[in-house]
Design a protein around this ligand. Structure first.
Ligand SMILES: *Cc1c(COP(=O)(O)O)cnc(C)c1O
Length: 389
């Protein structure tokens, strides 16, 4: 697994840290201590690897997209197949790691918040698997829009709590979950869904998602005998991207490229600020409040981004670019037609940029695209979008 920088208390340059009320800080300190204790424990590591193999279905392939490469011309395009994981995306890597930690910590309850429902479903899945009580906070408005995901979570045995406060959206669900944690942190584990939030979450989520690049590095060396020219991943909160980058960060010849939606260009246009308990690049409105964003890919719709990405951007180690919803929609169809792989709309942003970049490079170049998830969940939405136009 990647080395992590917990020594500096969760700072990545000027970003990260923990800016939370005192009683919540106590819960974060306890979590940090437990995470450090178990991440170095070979038995814990072995257990994590066991469930990644037997339950998640790792390792997943690094597929050469021969047809797409031929059609586009230029660099060879490889796909890291997170879409083939159980539940169809990379999120399961992180929730698996965190549920094993929760178990070791003796937690009796697991809580999480969810917007569109994907993280809630992933959390409910591992709670069912390990027989843990699971409470998912979700904005009331979101529960109405995502009724099918609410049903999925309930089917998996979770209790979904609709949050009526505020606007009944993700932010209100976060507040409710944090309130629960402050009250109950001695027996409750807050399972966070992306590489965001106060320390130690960004470091912990990276640790569990790093398996993506640990595998892809070994796989590309086996297949090509050399490292890729670039690794490309979509970035919402940044968990699949940091996992896809982790083992290449020190390989300075490998370009790291994060792709954001043009409609939520946090890294491209954001400014340093504190949101949700940590410092990152973020989009603010005129009043200095987190700006509402809209992306056709629900998983990318977040006004902030992980602190390590903020640092990788400012330090110049990684590049961040944007793709529009329209670009993603075209890539969604292109990959489906050429390779028989329907990508998630989130991942389609990364595919869109890879296609653009491949054309500018030569046949000796190699691109690895992190296919963060499969697109079955998006087919109905794409059907509507294509038929409304
Ligand atoms: C949730 C999700 C994302 C965005 O989350 P990150 O933390 O930025 O990785 C991307 N792709 C898929 C398929 C998702 O489900």
């Amino acid at each position: 697994m990647a080395s992590v920088s917990t020594e500096k208390k969760g700072y990545f340059g000027e970003f990260g840290g923990s800016f939370v009320p005192e009683d919540l800080q106590k819960a974060m300190d306890y979590l940090e201590e437990q995470f450090i204790k178990y991440k170095g424990d070979p038995e814990f590591e072995e257990e994590f690897k066991f469930y990644l193999k037997e339950y998640v279905g790792r390792e997943n392939p690094l597929t050469f997209a021969a047809n797409l490469t031929e059609q586009v011309g230029g660099a060879k395009i490889y796909l890291k197949r997170e879409d083939l994981n159980h539940t169809g995306a990379h999120k399961i890597n992180n929730v698996m790691g965190q549920i094993l930690l929760a178990k070791r910590m003796g937690a009796k309850r697991v809580i999480a918040e969810t917007g569109a429902g994907q993280h809630g479903v992933a959390t409910a899945t591992v709670c069912a698997m390990f027989g843990m009580e699971c409470i998912i906070y979700m904005g009331k408005l979101d529960t109405e829009r995502q009724a099918l995901n609410v049903f999925r979570m309930e089917l998996l045995g979770a209790k979904v709590v609709p949050v009526e406060a505020g606007q009944g959206r993700l932010k209100d669900a976060v507040d409710a979950a944090l309130g629960d944690l402050v009250e109950n942190y001695e027996n409750t584990f807050y399972l966070l869904g992306s590489a965001v939030g106060p320390h130690p979450f960004p470091t912990m989520v990276k640790h569990f998602q790093s398996v993506i690049s640990e595998e892809s590095k070994r796989q590309i060396l086996e297949k090509e005998g050399k490292l890729p020219t670039a690794v490309i991943a979509c970035a919402g909160g940044g968990s699949n991207a940091i996992g896809a980058f982790a083992h290449y960060i020190k390989e300075l010849d490998v370009r790291l490229i994060g792709v954001e939606p043009s409609e939520a260009p946090t890294l491209s246009e954001g400014v340093p600020a504190i949101i949700h308990g940590f410092r990152c690049l973020t989009l603010l409105d005129e009043n200095g409040q987190p700006k509402p964003t809209y992306s056709i890919a629900a998983g990318l719709d977040y006004p902030g981004v992980g602190p390590e990405h903020s640092h990788l951007k400012v330090s110049g180690r990684a590049e961040y670019v944007t793709a529009t919803g329209q670009d993603a929609l075209e890539a969604f169809q292109l990959l489906s037609k050429t390779e028989g792989i329907i990508p998630a709309l989130e991942s389609s942003h990364a595919v869109a940029h890879a296609v653009k970049l491949a054309k500018e490079l030569s046949k000796d170049d190699i691109l690895i695209v992190n296919l963060s998830g499969r697109g079955d969940k998006d087919v109905e939405q794409v059907f509507k979008m294509l038929n409304d136009n």
